[in-house]
Design a binder for this molecule. Structure first.
Ligand SMILES: NC(=O)c1ccc[n+]([C@@H]2O[C@H](COP(=O)([O-])OP(=O)(O)OC[C@H]3O[C@@H](n4cnc5c(N)ncnc54)[C@H](O)[C@@H]3O)[C@@H](O)[C@H]2O)c1
Length: 378
């Protein structure tokens, strides 16, 4: 048993993908170089017991290094930092098509990698003794509706490349899925792991593809494929990358900047959400979990559910009574109403001990303002 200090995700980048752009204040803008804030910070939920060994070997050839693709997005850097504490800094290679800030390279191995170049991926897998891939490269839901061809290419072809390389080299492969894999015909409350999956976005269709192909490669070719269906991920340090739930991050920064926020969803658009520290910790826990404990390859994970109005009310209570929210729903509202308000994640809890710490809107708002205030004082 080991105890680890649970640090928050520390990445901060100024914008989204260089060549696609991102949403800010509902406007799509093209982007600049990422920049990172590597100041460490701890949450009130600092220590957690883990019941597994630190001696990880991910395949029969004894390979134990991990490649993270799309590692300069909202989730990659935090997961790399947490995983490096478990298996060693040099055993986790971060990669992305973007150019990293110099501090990224100072904190561990980084390689420039385009997920659409399978030869380049394989070269890294072979030359760097990779035994597992965490595949984060993606075009998120809202951005995917703006650039469907790009989303198809990266989310389906990129995924297929890592599946094929994982089959050839017998790698462990974690590809996150999303509540976006569900659609309007899915039950929106307490959505079970096994539910109707008829998504209406390119992003969602690609997630269903990844889930089904991953399961197929697992049963047919023995690939140790794993996937979590994330809800919207909320972070203070790293900016979201063009998803439908980005409002729940933007609203905090807007509150601090101007004490008001114009929301692109309706006041009552309830959605499933999770705080980034829980996402990072639980993803690493799942990634390192003994394969024998996993009774299925894809799990729902959820933590909090709220509407924009409920979130705004809590911000008013904890930040300022004068905080104002207005609503100007755009195309993202049509996506939001097809996604779960909350998912049933009991199987994840039973099988590998999924256990998020921030489970109320009140605690989420509190931890977000603590983080944002800390950043401001640096
Ligand atoms: N953030 C969320 O709220 C959320 C919710 C559900 C699921 N997910 C899933 O989690 C994973 C990580 O999400 P994220 O929020 O970090 O995404 P993000 O958009 O912030 O980051 C994606 C990264 O992929 C990179 N990328 C794009 N094209 C690439 C290419 N051709 N080659 C290599 N890299 C490329 C981008 O540069 C970016 O750094 C994705 O699979 C996403 O679908 C995220």
């Amino acid at each position: 048993m080991i105890s680890i200090l649970k640090n928050s995700a520390k990445s901060l980048y100024s914008s989204n993908s260089k060549y696609l752009g991102s949403f800010k204040n509902n406007i799509l803008y093209s982007t600049q170089k990422p920049c990172f804030n590597l100041q460490s910070s701890t949450t009130p939920f600092a220590f957690q017991e883990r019941a597994y060994s630190t001696d990880y070997i991910f395949n029969d050839s004894g390979k134990k290094r991990v490649l993270i693709t799309g590692g300069l997005g909202q989730l990659g850097y935090g997961v790399a930092s947490e995983l490096r504490k478990e298996i060693g800094t040099n055993n986790v290679i971060l990669s992305d098509i973007k150019v990293p800030d110099s501090s990224v390279k100072e904190n561990g191995p980084f390689v420039h990698l385009d997920i659409l170049d399978p030869e380049a991926i394989e070269k890294i897998v072979v030359n760097e003794d990779i035994g597992a891939i965490i595949h984060f490269s993606a075009v998120l839901s809202a951005l995917g509706e703006q650039f469907p061809q790009k989303a198809l290419d990266i989310n389906i072809n990129g995924t297929q490349h890592v599946l094929d390389i994982s089959k050839k080299h017998q790698l462990r492969l974690l590809i996150p899925s999303s509540m976006g894999a569900f659609g309007p015909s899915t039950v929106r409350q307490n959505t079970p792991d096994l539910a109707i999956m008829r998504p209406k976005t390119v992003y969602g269709i690609a997630k269903v593809y990844a889930e089904l192909m991953g399961e197929y490669y697992n049963s047919k070719h023995g690939v140790d494929f794993r996937s979590l269906r994330y809800p919207g991920i909320i972070s203070a340090d790293s900016l979201p990358g063009g998803g439908t739930t980005d409002y729940a991050v933007d609203i905090f920064h807007s509150a601090v900047k101007s004490n008001k926020y114009n929301c692109y969803l309706k006041n009552d658009a309830g959605l499933a959400m999770m705080y980034i520290d829980d996402c990072v910790t639980e993803t690493v826990k799942f990634f390192l979990a003994d394969n024998n404990t996993l009774k299925q390859r894809v799990y729902n994970v959820d933590a909090i559910s709220f509407t924009p109005e409920e979130l705004a009310n809590e911000i008013k209570k904890q930040w300022s009574e004068k905080f104002e929210i207005t609503y100007a729903p755009d195309f993202r509202q049509n996506i939001a109403i097809t996604w779960p308000e909350y998912m049933n994640d009991s199987k994840a809890r039973e099988d590998w001990g999924y256990n998020p710490k921030i489970v109320s809107t009140k605690d989420l708002v509190s931890v977000m303002f603590q983080k944002i205030n800390k950043q401001k004082s640096l």
